[in-house]
Design a protein. Sequence first.
Length: 243
Amino acid sequence: MNLKLSKSVFVTLFLFVNSNIFASPFDLGSWNILNFKFTQSDRWSFFAETQLRSLKFYDNFHYYEYKGGFNFGLHKDLKLSLGCGSYQTFKESGNFQLPKNNNEFRIWPQVILSQSFGKIKIEQRYRTELRFTSNGYRNRFRYRFGITLPVGEVKNGFNKLTVSASNEIFFTDNEPYFERNRAILAVNLKPIKSLTLQLAFIHQFDYKITDETGRDFFQIGVFYEIFRKNGKIESSEMDLKDN
């Protein structure tokens, strides 16, 4: 697949996943991610992450989470993960306004399938969430389809700039089954192999759930990766970042 065709596919996906961005009133919130990853080998890696979100632009903070887990690569195109964490959602009327809408501990196994076509990488993520919430136990299932395209040439073994787009649906095993749709368009800057800086626009639509609020967000993400010394480990700059 040549570069011109790759760009056409990326633009088509972007238009598809963001077709409803302006369907509701525009009220930009903030979404902040700090992620650390230790890559032990070409199969094993471990991660820790925290997120902080607000319903207005760095005001009306209503949500934070912290989580950790591990990844195991069965194949270069197949990765298994297991994570768990705490997810806290507050009322929408102020900064961490009590009482909370949701106090949750979550365990989530997931499978990631990836495939490359020339410079384009396509990724499919399947995640099951076992949710122990303040409103009782719940199951949730998530499917994300994403595409990543490097910009410019590979230098020092990695691309310094990539763009990505993804669309994810959330559904449950109880009525009304569908819970959420989340579309993301991101630019990822990698000044060095171990550090990725991400700027993204997120559009989220929710249907009758209280653990988050559907709207538009400006995202800033910092992803730092530590590699085991003397190991033959490839950089993971082409991966879609977690959300």
